[in-house]
Design a protein around this ligand. Structure first.
Ligand SMILES: [Zn+2]
Length: 248
């Protein structure tokens, strides 16, 4: 198969560069703004609770979750999970996950700009869920097709190309296409949540340089989703090239 070199040059190399750059940027931006006090005198969990309650999302629960940049909103369970890195629980060692609002021992209530931005972004997702945001709805609806398409699609394509079963390869490509669509539908969901997040932190008095910092953190995070979408698109185009190359 002569397909390996074009794969490296057209898909693997650009994807690695783009994904690596985006990951580096999100980590460095996060590291920078996690050193800067947001001026909001609340713990991460109290801040999350305050924002949720202000949006009328009193039924959304808050839970701690291990790791860094693992913060997320889970629409099925209506749970906002705050990472240890954001909550500072990893450094402080003790949190009490016994209630909806988890209190940190001895934080002094200092919330970094980065932590505030990340939490506000996840509250943005919770609000999108409540408002039945159309992009989020589409995104949730195609999840089963995406799981099927990204798992089975590439095998159907490769099998179809190897055994010259062109229609099988096309079915695989269409199935994989669902995964590509998913990564692109994710973009308006993420950018929408960040727009809401900036309005939230503004309303809590994070203005000027701190607002700029929150914007930088959210923008860096958005680039990781752009990188994922472009990687999926490049992979799709490569598969298309493989199928069409085989047909001639
Ligand atoms: Zn998000």
């Amino acid at each position: 198969m002569g397909g390996f070199l074009p794969y490296v040059l057209l898909v693997l190399l650009p994807s690695l560069v783009l994904t690596g750059w985006a990951a580096w940027r999100v980590r460095s931006t996060y590291a920078k703004w996690s050193q800067v006090d947001s001026g909001i005198n609340l713990s991460a969990f109290d801040f999350a609770r305050r924002l949720l309650d202000r949006q009328g999302l009193t039924d959304v629960r808050i839970e701690p979750t291990p790791g860094q940049l693992t913060d997320h909103y889970d629409p099925r369970g209506r749970v906002l999970r705050v990472s240890q890195a954001v909550s500072g629980a990893a450094q402080l060692g003790s949190y009490d996950p016994s209630g909806a609002s988890v209190r940190l021992a001895g934080t002094g209530g200092s919330l970094s700009v980065a932590a505030a931005a990340v939490i506000a972004h996840e509250v943005g997702h919770a609000l999108q869920d409540r408002q039945r945001d159309p992009w989020m709805t589409v995104r949730q609806a195609i999840v089963p097709a995406v799981q099927f398409g990204s798992g089975v699609g590439p095998w159907l394509i490769l099998g179809g190309v190897i055994f010259n079963a062109v229609s099988l390869a096309w079915i695989g490509l269409i199935a994989f296409g669902a995964a590509v669509v998913f990564t692109f539908v994710t973009l308006p969901v993420e950018i929408g949540a960040s727009g809401k997040a900036l309005a939230f932190v503004d309303s809590l008095g994070m203005t000027g340089e701190r607002h700029g910092g929150a914007r930088d953190v959210l923008k860096a995070a958005a680039w990781t989703y752009v990188a994922a979408a472009l990687t999926a698109l490049l992979t799709f185009l490569y598969y298309l090239m493989l199928i069409q190359g085989r047909r001639d």
